[in-house]
Design a protein around this ligand. Structure first.
Ligand code: TXA
Ligand code: MG
Length: 356
């Protein structure tokens, strides 16, 4: 099929285009759209046949449930029976919605099994992007939407990324430029007594703790012998074609190790890409020029993790476009948004961390 590529202003979306996109959704088709985190691949979340198409287009495993996206907080009552009567839900919604927080709650019958992969819980979020909100409102249904990448690949943060992955496989793409957060929403499981983060993301554990008191991390996130509770977290994920290695240690040692590894892989005839912080480039100094690296990027300062999170998927994708075969990059502290950044980097690296 021919994929329509519609440019839409992120601040003043053209209602005419939104209406055409909403018609596709209501007729059971697929439309990719921007959110504040990453681009999503939307279908009518109450139409099982439409939802099935998402799995086919992405090559997504069937046991991985989808998030329902809504445009008004009160819509949650129709989708999650737990929403009525659980005071934590109201507190979280008023503080973090619209925004990058997904709540996992006991579901209502109206939510099809195709969305929840047969679970009795449903994941719901209200995105903070005018194009997403306008599309949901015009469609008149909750949008089931995973990240709009081919399964396993880094999530898309521009419409062009979506086109690269899904062009010819979906009806339309709404393109509004790069997304603001750059990594996906935090998935918070409220179906038990203690809130559990199933996937770290745009809303930090620290911020959630302020509202809820105690917030735990799914042990499956850090122990690869356990099965994560969020089905999506068990798959190979966020991986470019190039092999990714994370180098960890003190600044000066990291620079030395990166030098060593660059020579090592270049000697093997590999095209090496270096995705390093400003601090590491500074630490390499004049020697950086001498390295036999094929591709180099400055990710900015290690003290600005929001900025690194915003660009990381795009930088991984650029390495692939350049034909890089081995990516050497760094680890980060895991406070705040760093938890999400490190979770994604570790996955894209298949957990390969090299100690400097
Ligand atoms: O920022 C985001 O969340 C983006 C944008 C498009 O909204 N969406 C996104 O969707 O990242 P996706 O499908 O790529 O990731 C959804 C995650 C998966 O890890 C999935 O397993 C988990 O949420 N999930 C969905 N429903 C669940 C449920 N009922 N119980 C546990 N985990 C669930
Ligand atoms: Mg995804």
């Amino acid at each position: 099929m021919e994929t329509k590529f519609w440019q839409v202003s992120a601040t003043h979306p053209d209602l005419n285009i939104i209406k055409q996109a909403a018609t596709i959704i209501r007729e059971g088709g697929l439309v990719a759209f921007p959110t504040e985190t990453v681009y999503g691949l939307g279908a009518d979340g109450l139409n099982p046949e439409a939802v099935k198409k998402i799995f086919v287009a992405k090559g997504r495993p069937n046991d991985n449930p989808l998030i329902l996206h809504i445009a008004e907080g009160k819509e949650i009552l129709r989708l999650a029976r737990q929403a009525d009567g659980d005071p934590r839900v109201q507190q979280l919604i008023s503080r973090f919605w619209p925004g990058p927080l997904t709540l996992v709650l006991a579901k209502q019958k109206i939510v099809p099994d195709e969305v929840t992969a047969g679970l009795d819980t449903v994941a719901i979020r209200m995105p903070q992007h005018l194009v997403a909100l306008a599309l949901i409102k015009e469609s008149g249904v909750p949008l089931a939407a995973p990240s709009a990448n081919r399964s396993g690949y880094p999530s898309p943060t521009t419409g062009q990324h979506v086109f690269t992955d899904l062009g010819g496989r979906i009806e339309a793409i709404l393109e509004s430029g790069p997304t603001g957060v750059g990594v996906e929403s935090t998935v918070l499981d409220l179906s038990g007594n203690v809130p559990v983060i199933l996937r770290p993301g745009g809303v930090t554990r620290e911020a959630l703790t302020e509202v809820l008191g105690t917030v735990e991390l799914d042990p499956g996130l850090s122990d690869s012998r356990l099965i994560p509770k969020s089905p999506g977290m068990k798959y190979k994920h966020y991986s470019p074609r190039a092999e990714v290695f994370l180098v960890q240690g003190e600044r000066a040692k990291v620079a030395t190790k990166i030098k060593e590894l660059t020579f090592h892989y270049a000697d093997q005839g590999k095209k090496v890409g270096l995705l390093l912080t400003q601090e590491s480039w500074a630490s390499l100094g004049a020697e950086a020029e001498m390295l036999p690296a094929f591709y180099r990027r400055d990710l900015g300062s290690a003290t600005q993790l929001e900025e690194i999170a915003r660009i990381i998927y795009s930088e991984l994708r650029k390495c692939d476009l350049q034909g890089v075969e081995v990516i050497l990059t760094e680890t980060y502290q895991t406070g705040g948004i760093g938890a999400a950044l490190m979770n994604r980097l570790l996955k894209s690296a298949g957990q390969r961390v090299i100690k400097a």
